[in-house]
Design a protein around this ligand. Structure first.
Ligand SMILES: NC(=O)c1ccc[n+]([C@@H]2O[C@H](COP(=O)([O-])OP(=O)(O)OC[C@H]3O[C@@H](n4cnc5c(N)ncnc54)[C@H](OP(=O)(O)O)[C@@H]3O)[C@@H](O)[C@H]2O)c1
Length: 260
């Protein structure tokens, strides 16, 4: 297959698909007929559950380990993805990349943030996806799509205690627009999905530990509840697929109307 041809089978890489929004994205893509490479870092069991869930839907998914904080491993990861594409889907091209893996955390005020804490957010939420995208670009088919998962903490969800996290996500929003510009000659669309508060394991499983936080957030949400991973995964999958074919360079908030 030539570098510019589009494979017959759509296949996406979803980073951080062992739980939460990534997991819901992987299953939503599989429901649309896409093969999925799901990555995990510390939770292989979660990733293997997603692979089984997708097999039960009649689809194909493969789980690969990836630590997004280690760019030195990305060229080996790219080779692994290439081998996986050929073995499972008989193609050498990806149609979509979803940069979803990320870390949140408990509130951390600006005055208290250490260089190490700042760097940890940047490494996982910004530097990692920047260089992973660069590493996977040769595998991405012309006409393909990239979706970056940002956060409404940069806008409608701005709350004291999240400056370092929000800066890392703001960087991804800016990268989205640059990539949309630079990759448009290849017909590659690049968008961001900016979730509002969503019930996942982010921040050390904060919602399971502190369910009392939920009603106050729901009260500030136009649609009257907090988000579920599937609410967000569906939008990411749509942007990564044919439904999104005329959308590029956008950051779409998926929050049920937070502070609206
Ligand atoms: N939940 C929300 O309210 C919310 C709001 C706005 C934005 N977001 C964004 O949504 C994305 C998904 O988070 P989530 O809410 O679904 O949380 P989650 O359930 O905690 O999922 C996070 C995923 O990222 C992976 N990950 C974390 N560190 C990694 C690393 N160093 N290398 C590779 N993968 C790593 C985790 O893998 P392992 O578990 O296998 O280690 C997991 O699959 C994040 O980018 C987050 O910032 C979430």
């Amino acid at each position: 297959m030539s570098a510019s041809s589009t494979p017959n089978v759509p296949v996406a890489v979803v980073t951080g698909a062992s739980s939460g929004i990534g997991r819901a994205t992987a299953t939503a893509l599989a429901r649309r007929g896409s093969g999925v490479v799901v990555t995990y870092n510390r939770n292989p069991d979660g990733a293997h559950e997603v692979v089984r869930e997708i097999a039960d839907l009649g689809g194909t998914a493969v789980a690969l380990e990836l630590d997004i904080a280690r760019p030195e491993s990305f060229s080996a990861f790219r080779d692994q993805v290439g081998e996986t594409l050929s073995e499972h889907w008989r193609t050498d091209r990806l149609t979509a990349l979803v940069n979803n893996a990320g870390v949140g955390g408990v509130p951390l005020m600006f005055a208290d943030t250490t260089e190490e804490q700042f760097d940890a957010f940047m490494q996982v939420n910004l530097r990692g996806p920047y260089f992973l995208t660069q590493a996977l670009l040769p595998l991405l088919a012309d006409g393909g799509a990239i979706v970056n998962v940002t956060s409404n903490a940069t806008g409608a969800g701005l709350t004291a205690g999240y400056s370092a996290y929000a800066i890392s996500k703001g960087g991804m929003a800016t990268l989205t627009r640059y990539l949309a510009k630079e990759l448009s000659p290849r017909g590659i669309r690049v968008n961001a999905v900016s979730p509002g508060v969503t019930r996942t394991r982010l921040g050390g499983d904060a919602f399971a530990k502190h369910p009392e936080m939920i009603p106050a957030i729901a009260e500030h949400t136009a649609l009257g509840r907090i988000g579920e991973p599937e609410d967000v995964g569906m939008m990411i999958a749509a942007l990564a697929s044919e439904e999104g074919r005329w959308v590029t360079a956008q950051e779409i908030e998926v929050s049920g109307g937070y502070n609206f």
